[in-house]
Design a binder for this molecule. Structure first.
Ligand code: HEC
Length: 258
């Protein structure tokens, strides 16, 4: 298996003109940088969902896609840090209103006066560090239930991901196709798997909404994608500039030393 002969159209990096190797290297460098920034962004966006910003876990993903199940920000604040700011009956009325859908007429007759009296001394918008509670629109936003990323957002991110990431792996795959890897199936797998992972990854976001454990699929597909990228990147760079020309290439008269 390890001596599978070279395909007649196969060219090793050492047989490529320097100009192409420069182009490949430059593209790999930029894509590698892009990948790093994407990881930072991913971590920053998702890791704090479960209250612990230090790691990216199963719970982070479930909350991001399906919501925390803890109701709105306003309710959370009323039960938590803001509970001392108003009498119990007023708090109950406020929570009740939020749960009934936070309509505008009730806001104007009953809710606005309460907020005015109990909350606006701090939350009138003059302090940029505190949420602004003045006006219906501001309150309405805080009263929205946290249901996680909505389907439309997922659709938007899906098409960006599918287009963008398949381009990245197409380019990296083309570069990597010049690598000399035996047994050959490893090469086929590393080139093909990212596209399967991409489909699985994007589909799993929707599935998490239906069945939470699909978050494991999301994480595994993402991890596989990253490993394939790293493998192709490192192997390509190494064989392009550092590694010796493989014997099989030299023997058929290829390579820049042969
Ligand atoms: C004495 C000043 C003060 C008053 C009065 C006050 N708050 Fe706050 N509020 C704060 C501070 C400070 C924070 C931010 C620190 C924290 O989250 O504990 C905060 C945070 C919040 C948050 C954001 C929590 C989050 O998830 O980020 C909400 C919502 C909130 N308050 C609602 C209210 C409501 C409703 C009232 C009136 C019933 C009220 N607050 C009255 C000082 C006040």
């Amino acid at each position: 298996m390890s001596d599978t002969p070279l395909h007649r159209h196969y060219t090793h990096y050492s047989e490529l003109p320097v100009s192409m190797r420069i182009l490949y290297t430059a593209a790999l460098c930029i894509l590698g940088m892009g990948y790093l920034f994407a990881l930072i962004y991913l971590f920053h966006t998702y890791s704090g969902r479960d209250g612990n910003p230090l790691d990216l876990t199963y719970n982070d993903l479930v909350i991001a896609y399906t919501g925390s199940g803890k109701g709105s920000k306003l309710e959370a604040a009323m039960r938590g840090p803001m509970s001392a700011m108003l009498p119990k009956d007023e708090a109950a009325a406020l929570v009740n209103w939020v749960q009934q859908g936070a309509d505008r007429p009730t806001y104007e007759t009953f809710i606005a006066p309460t907020l005015e009296k109990r909350c606006l001394s701090c939350h009138d918008g003059s302090n940029p560090h505190l949420v602004n509670l003045s006006g219906y629109d501001n309150i309405k936003k805080l009263a929205e239930q946290d249901k996680g990323t909505d389907i439309f957002t997922l659709v938007r991110v899906s098409h960006i991901h599918l287009f963008g990431i398949s381009f990245i792996f197409f380019i990296v795959g083309i570069v990597f196709s010049h690598a000399y890897v035996r047994p050959l199936w490893i090469k086929y797998l590393v080139i093909g798997a990212p596209f399967v992972c991409l489909i699985v990854d994007v589909s799993s976001w929707y599935m998490v909404k239906i069945y939470h454990p699909f978050a494991w699929v999301t994480m595994s597909a993402g991890a596989m994608l990253g490993m394939c990228f790293a493998f192709m990147w490192v192997t390509s760079m190494y064989q392009m500039w550092i590694g010796r020309t493989p014997k099989a290439v030299l023997e058929r008269g290829g390579g820049d030393v042969g």
